[in-house]
Design a protein around this ligand. Structure first.
Ligand code: ZN
Length: 159
């Protein structure tokens, strides 16, 4: 038996002078400003967390992550993602697909590093992690470089 679910997230960039680093899929991009948010604002991990919540029907971003962030000081979004994975029960994550929309950073040479990072966080083979990136021809705020949007689909199977 197989199930799939969608997740989405978007964040606006901090000002260019911000000291907050950009974190995407657990990979730090020092040369770009970070994304606004209480946590590290890892928009890829947030979209994946929402996709996992779509599978489990247990929402983590918001109720659980706010408590972790504001009360326990946890800003590492991989912790939120792992919380979502805990609710999979007998379901086994089989594949994720991530689609990123934004003008910056240019991600084509970094997709391998992001895939490797996601493989570690999700305990999934890199063969089961698809990532694409597009500027969307600059039609949206993301394509104009004001922020990043990520759509993710997660699939799981069980006997
Ligand atoms: Zn987010």
């Amino acid at each position: 038996m197989h199930i799939s679910a969608i997740g989405q997230d978007s964040h606006r960039f901090e000002h260019d002078s911000s000291a907050k680093p950009l974190v995407l899929g657990g990979v730090i991009f020092e040369q770009y400003p970070g994304l606004q948010g209480n946590s590290d604002a890892d928009v890829i991990l947030h979209a994946l967390t929402n996709a996992i919540s779509g599978l489990t029907t247990v929402n983590v971003l918001g109720p659980v992550s706010d408590k972790l962030c504001l009360e326990e000081g946890v800003t590492d979004s991989s912790v939120y993602l792992r919380k979502a994975l805990e609710s999979l029960g007998a379901w086994r994550l089989s594949h994720v697909s991530v689609s990123i929309e934004g003008k910056r950073p240019k991600l084509s040479t970094h997709l391998g590093a992001i895939r490797a990072s996601l493989a570690g966080i999700l305990d999934l083979s890199q063969d089961c992690i698809g990532i694409t990136a597009t500027t969307g021809e600059g039609l949206t705020a993301f394509g104009k470089g004001e922020g990043l949007q990520v759509l993710a689909i997660a699939s799981a199977s069980r006997e």
